[in-house]
Design a protein around this ligand. Structure first.
Ligand code: CO
Length: 465
């Protein structure tokens, strides 16, 4: 019997896409022991924006969340999304920091590390891969991930070459990450058949979003073309900017005679559990029903949903929403000038902001953001196509471009030392140090609050005795 397995995303991407990653651990702890028996390929539950959100908004220690997930999901692969050399942040870290982060992620419970680079510059995911192999348990899987986009230089052949490269590097599985949900059924068919021919029986995964309305058709074609694993979200957290629905795919696949290994009763129970939770966040405004709708605009501008809502928020703040259409049309121009980067974090924000700046000033590249300058210098890696000659001359002048890996390779230990010193007696473990390196201000605030809370509790205990 043909088999296609499902990764459940409600705890990470569905939560991130629909409600800005504000789901606290306490909301879903009660369903974890059931989810553990559902038969998912994996549960995506950590990484991405969850780490930042825990510290910044939820007053949760992300490492403690991970340990609790592990405790309650002992039989399921726990999966995280990692931005290669950027870890869970927005800049390149030194190789020793990347290695330590991965060591701690595996130690605290992660089994599958899905690793991507925004530019598909695979030099930026090599250290994360090597570290994963170094600290691997028998359950560990390093998944090499391609940021999927469309442009004149992103051809089927190019993607096949990328997959061969990921296989050669030593990744255990390969994931196609269609963050904007713009992959069409036609593209999925050609891409997946071509890739499967090239990589043999290596597991191939499709990650997409319903944003543009393509996802169900695309996934169906992907399955016909040989995909092994798809990402889905329990149905009440599916659709819109999130993933296709788990139960829907289960029923559709069953009629095809495809085995998903899922337990029907349990996946329905999971959905029943999350229904009132979803309603709670609709009622308090954290889940905007707008994110549940279909918006085909991304098919024209190749802009992920999150990027659009960011632009709307920025332009509204500046009382310049009348420039929205112009800014939207400017995005493909900026993207072309920058060598067609895939619009995924942090490139999506950089391209979006530059487009808005160009339109607001009324002149292209009169102001260039620091991030875009660094990108043009080469600090993020190599662009998929050459950056416009004019822009390179304007930014670099007579300087030479930099190799993004030169700085990464310095294993100075400086970040650890500085972080430990800055935390002083707030620091109890290596995980605290790592949180601080990734998000210093938020971590400091979180650890101070933790200390105060414990001191208060200590006073109570003494009084009670
Ligand atoms: Co996603």
């Amino acid at each position: 019997m043909k088999k296609v397995q499902l990764t459940e995303t409600v705890l990470r991407d569905a939560n991130q896409s629909l409600m800005a990653t504000r789901l606290p651990y306490s909301d879903y702890e009660g369903i974890l022991s059931d989810m553990d028996k559902a038969g998912y390929y994996s549960i995506e539950c950590w990484g991405g924006a969850t780490f930042d959100s825990c510290l910044r908004y939820l007053n949760e220690d992300p490492w403690e969340r991970l340990r609790n997930l592990k405790k309650n999901l002992p039989n399921t692969r726990l999966q995280m999304l990692l931005r290669g050399q950027n870890l869970l942040g927005y800049k390149h870290y030194h190789d020793d920091v990347v290695e330590k982060f991965i060591e701690l992620s595996i130690k605290n419970g992660i089994d599958v590390i899905r690793i991507f680079d925004a530019l598909n510059d695979f030099r930026n995911i090599g250290t994360a891969l090597d570290s994963t192999m170094k600290y691997a348990t028998p359950k560990t899987i390093a998944s090499g991930c391609i940021s999927y986009t469309q442009s004149p230089v992103h051809t089927v052949d190019k993607y096949i070459e990328m997959c061969k490269e990921l296989k050669k590097m030593g990744f255990g599985t390969i994931c196609l990450k269609d963050m904007a949900g713009t992959m069409s059924p036609y593209e999925a068919e050609h891409l997946i058949k071509g890739i499967k021919d090239a990589i043999g029986d290596m597991t191939l995964i499709l990650h997409t979003h319903c944003t543009t309305g393509m996802a169900y058709m695309t996934i169906t074609k992907a399955i016909e073309s040989g995909i092994d694993v798809i990402d889905t979200a329990t149905s009440c957290f599916s659709g819109g900017t999130s993933q296709p629905a788990t139960e829907t795919m289960f029923y559709a696949l069953r009629q095809y005679g495809i085995d998903t290994g899922l337990n029907e009763e349990i996946i329905n129970k999971v959905n029943d559990y999350f229904k009132p939770i979803k309603q709670k966040y609709i009622d308090n405004g954290q889940l905007n029903p707008k994110s549940l709708a279909t918006d085909a605009q991304a098919l024209v501008y190749k802009v992920p949903g999150g990027m659009l809502s960011n632009m709307i928020a920025n332009l509204t703040d500046m009382h310049a929403m009348d420039k929205f259409d112009a800014a939207l049309k400017e995005i493909p121009e900026v993207r072309k000038d920058l060598g067609y980067p895939p619009l995924v974090t942090p490139l999506s924000q950089m391209v979006g902001n530059q487009a808005v700046t160009n339109v607001l000033i009324g002149e292209r590249y009169k102001n260039i953001s620091k991030e875009v300058k660094n990108y043009i210098k080469g600090e993020y890696g190599i662009a998929p196509a050459p950056v416009s000659k004019e822009l390179v001359e304007k930014v670099l002048g007579s300087d030479k471009p930099v190799d993004c890996r030169d700085e990464d390779k310095k294993r100075t230990g400086e970040e650890f030392k500085a972080a430990k010193e800055a935390l002083g007696d707030l620091c109890r473990c290596e995980e605290d140090v790592m949180s601080y390196i990734c998000y210093p201000d938020q971590t400091l605030k979180f650890l101070k609050a933790r200390k105060e809370q414990e001191e208060n509790e200590a006073v109570y205990t003494i009084e009670e005795m």
